[in-house]
Design a binder for this molecule. Structure first.
Ligand code: SF4
Ligand code: SF4
Ligand code: SF4
Length: 310
């Protein structure tokens, strides 16, 4: 048996064992997770962003993703949202009834306790060094549970490819490993998005609020100013400051409870025995191996079609 296949099956067996323990009730207590001491992240301040989209272009270059020209009839890069070839997007919020407007950047939030990692039973999504949530396409079965789990609707799927994979920001971990900073942070002419250690970014965000409390807003109109991501969904490693309420920017209203904790409660209610999760792992294992085979066949036939979708 090839070594890579052995590794997948070994992982599945380990996962099934974990599921069995969880379902039997001996591993019920789930410790609330905190960010690692060396956690890094980004701080995006919408009040500084001018919507130039240099960060979108830099993200493509850093991640070898082609421009999304579908909306412009093939003329220029114009993604309307994150998709199978876009890991970072800038959107415009505008209230026609007032002068209120703002740009907002979207990419993976690198949650402290990521729902996508919890949902990925094969381990294709993992929280790794510096707390960065990474994705390994080799292990991906294409089940898309991560898409369903993520409260920020970040993971996207390459629908138009023969062997589709998940696409999401990995905080340019390949650049960080070389001592560089994320592409989007490197090019932003306004420093609207900056990279750094999580605790330092949080302190910087709070400093800006303290310096200018009337400029920044909370989740809803009238709420006191705050840093989005400090607690939402158990906390994230990407923070937002905004001069319009966060709800207007489409950011979800999340409690401080991590999504995986909520999911675990539901799972325990559903699976009173270990049978269902073990059967699920077996099915997913078969799907992985089938997809690997299809991928090889697609490679022999000359690859995949261009483009991608949510
Ligand atoms: S934002 Fe979504 S994809 Fe990113 S780490 Fe959190 S749960 Fe995972
Ligand atoms: S960190 Fe890298 S992958 Fe993530 S949005 Fe910025 S440029 Fe794109
Ligand atoms: S490069 Fe900076 S200013 Fe330009 S759209 Fe991106 S975050 Fe905003």
């Amino acid at each position: 048996m090839p070594a890579d296949r052995r590794a997948v099956l070994k992982g599945l067996a380990a996962g099934a064992a974990v599921a069995a323990v969880g379902a039997s009730g001996t591993a019920d207590a789930r410790v609330r997770k905190t960010a690692p001491a060396d956690a890094v992240g980004m701080l995006y301040d919408s009040s500084l962003c001018i919507g130039c989209k240099a960060c979108v272009v830099a993200c493509r270059e850093a991640n070898d993703k082609p421009p999304d020209t579908r909306l412009s009839g093939g003329l220029w890069d114009m993604p309307d949202d994150l998709n199978g070839q876009t890991k970072n997007v800038i959107k415009l919020y505008e209230d026609p009834g007032s002068a209120e407007r703002s740009y907002v950047k979207a990419q993976c939030m690198h949650c402290v306790d990521p729902a996508c990692v919890g949902a990925c039973m094969i381990g294709a999504l993992q929280k790794r060094e510096h707390g960065i949530v990474t994705y390994d396409p080799f292990y991906c079965s294409g089940c898309r549970y991560c898409q369903m789990a993520c409260p920020f609707e970040i993971p996207k799927f390459e629908w138009s490819k023969l062997a589709p994979k998940i696409v999401k920001c990995e905080l340019c971990n390949h650049r960080i490993a070389k001592g560089q900073i994320p592409g989007c942070c490197e090019v932003c002419p306004r420093h609207a998005v900056i990279y750094g250690k999580r605790d330092e970014l949080l302190a910087e965000a709070k400093r800006r609020i303290a310096e200018n409390p009337r400029k920044y807003k909370g989740y809803r109109k009238g709420d006191p100013p705050r840093v989005y991501g400090e607690t939402e969904g158990g906390g994230t490693q990407v923070f937002y400051l905004s001069h319009v309420p966060f709800e207007k920017l489409g950011l979800p209203d999340l409690s401080a409870e991590p999504v995986p904790e909520v999911a675990q409660t539901v799972q325990h209610g559903i699976y009173q025995g270990a049978v269902a999760p073990v059967a699920l792992y077996a099915v997913l294992g078969a799907v992985i191996l089938r997809n690997r085979k299809k991928e090889k066949e697609a490679g022999r036939k000359g690859g995949s079609t261009p483009g991608g979708e949510a």
